[in-house]
Design a protein around this ligand. Structure first.
Ligand code: SAH
Ligand code: SF4
Ligand code: F3S
Length: 474
């Protein structure tokens, strides 16, 4: 009998990857995916603990699900609620107490045990036991990667592939080393095998993922280890893979070989997310980021020397404990010097268990708000400038999803800009000639002329098809 699972994913791309893997673990057990909780026999919330707001969202969602579960129970239908991800890892036991509607709590390293957990919860429920609940937040010795089934289908021509997990950096503000555990790199051969299956399944672009992706040092079959630069070169050799990205990198781990991969490997996209968090040496030190502002500039110079068109992106935290006006001005100054194509910025959020949360000198909320506003205004200005520079140029775009307007598909430029392409007959002779519905172009790598540049996206017209994808147009 077929059952339905609804997965809601919060947080980073590694959670997106994990959610897909969880679904693939459940498929052999008769589960199909649904996109509403109402229809689901099993609801999985794959959660994020990075900032307070992210964690709070989970509890409000559980509140809503509790009602759905009760409504279903009233009509004699069973529903299980499972909480996965970083909130599960960080406060699993507390969550069990605080949210009795939750049946299962599983940490990011135990997803391969999901079917077992489900079976055990179901058995206990059938026995009429009241405490039919499972908590599994261990860091098992066997890794989930060895046990998760081989992924079966890829929904998009652009896919994520986790190559590294965990973090040993212990930045003073961050929960990741606690929720994801120690740094672990998957062996090279496993990653290449997975990338080949992706390519065979129609994937054109692979984003290699890790909380600290450039700290990657995976085992080779000869017992030696290889870094990310090597891995990128290997993935680039796989037929069908035209684009490679990687995220998230730490400035401390930009090895020479990785920098050179940007020069030597055409598949390596000219975009790098290299979070700096702050432009002040005092704050960088207090954050335990292990590099100075000048070292960061040197790194950027080095990268731009080998890849002049490299687009850069970053994460910023404003209002880290002890951040003065001067520190904040140093961040604005860094931003003006680097000029990011895109960036994410956040107000510092004290996270339980992290060293920074115990610092007494916290920055007042209104100061954080004002700093964030000023930083974002500057970042947006640069992003708009970057986008405008592409006006009138032609770029390769991988069409990944449908847009809001009929006849519109959305894809990414090499610089990760979202590009909206209108494929209706009136607007595009190429599309009309193909005499196919516009969705026929889904998953294709196309050549596009940029005709409009907004702050968050570009508009383009199709000028050619570089690679037509089969199997992705529904
Ligand atoms: N490994 C990545 C970051 C992962 S978390 C790196 O080293 O850069 C993603 C981003 O969330 C971080 O870059 C940081 O900007 C933000 N972040 C992490 N902890 C935070 C906190 N306690 N408050 C506010 N922002 C935070
Ligand atoms: Fe968190 Fe720092 Fe590790 Fe990034 S490098 S995951 S910010 S501890
Ligand atoms: Fe969030 Fe965990 Fe990712 S805390 S950002 S889901 S590693």
């Amino acid at each position: 009998m077929s059952k339905k699972v609804f997965v809601k994913t919060y947080g980073c791309q590694m959670n997106v990857y994990d959610s897909n893997r969880m679904v693939n673990t459940l498929k052999p057990h008769g589960y199909e995916v649904t996109d509403t909780a109402d229809e689901a026999d099993l609801v999985i919330l794959n959660t994020c603990h990075i900032r307070e707001k992210a964690a709070e969202k989970v509890y409000s969602e559980i509140g809503r699900l509790k009602q759905t579960k009760m409504d279903k129970a009233a009509t004699g239908k069973d529903m299980y609620i499972a909480i996965a991800g970083c909130v599960a890892q960080a406060e699993g036991a507390e969550m069990m107490r605080r949210a009795p509607a939750v049946d299962m709590v599983l940490g990011p390293q135990t997803y391969h045990r999901l079917p077992e957990m489900l079976a055990s919860a179901a058995m206990q429920r059938a026995d009429g036991r009241t405490s039919s609940r499972v908590l599994d937040t261990e860091f098992p010795i066997d890794t989930k990667f060895d046990h998760l089934p081989e992924e079966s289908d890829f929904e998009s021509a652009a896919a994520f592939l986790t190559i590294q997990e965990g973090c040993d950096k212990f930045c003073a503000f961050c929960v990741v080393p606690y929720t994801r555990g120690a740094e672990y790199s998957r062996p090279v051969a496993d990653i290449i095998a997975e990338a080949k299956r992706m390519a065979a399944g129609g994937v054109i672009e692979i984003t290699l993922l890790g909380q600290n992706v450039n700290a990657y040092h995976g085992l080779l079959e000869n017992g030696e280890t290889a870094g990310l630069g090597f891995l990128i070169r290997e993935v680039a050799k796989i037929e069908g893979i035209s684009r490679i990205r990687y995220t998230t990198s730490h400035p401390r781990d930009m090895e020479e070989d990785l920098i050179l991969a940007h020069r030597d490997v055409p598949e390596c996209m000219p975009y790098l997310h290299l979070p700096v968090q702050s432009g002040s040496d005092n704050i960088l030190a207090a954050m335990n980021r292990k590099h100075t502002r000048d070292e960061y500039f040197t790194m950027i110079d080095r990268l731009r020397a080998v890849k002049p068109d490299l687009a850069l992106s970053s994460d910023f935290i404003v209002g880290f404990p002890g951040e003065t006006d001067e520190d904040f001005e140093a961040t604005l100054d860094l931003v003006r010097r680097v000029k990011y194509a895109q960036a994410y910025s956040f107000k510092y959020s004290a996270r339980p268990g992290t060293p920074a949360s115990t610092i007494e000198e916290q920055v007042p909320e209104d100061v954080k708000t004002e700093r964030l506003y000023r930083l974002q205004a500057l970042l947006n200005e640069h992003q708009q400038e970057f986008n405008e520079k592409t006006l009138g140029t032609e770029m390769d775009v991988l069409l990944e999803r449908e847009g809001k307007l009929p006849g519109q598909l959305i894809g990414r430029s090499p610089y990760l800009q979202a590009v909206h392409v209108d494929l209706t007959k009136a607007n595009n002779q190429l599309a009309a000639d193909a005499d196919k519905p516009y969705t026929h172009f889904m998953g294709s790598l196309v050549r596009v002329k940029i005709v409009e540049a907004g702050p968050n996206s570009l508009k383009g017209e199709l000028v050619g098809v570089l690679r037509q994808q089969v199997g992705h147009g529904h």
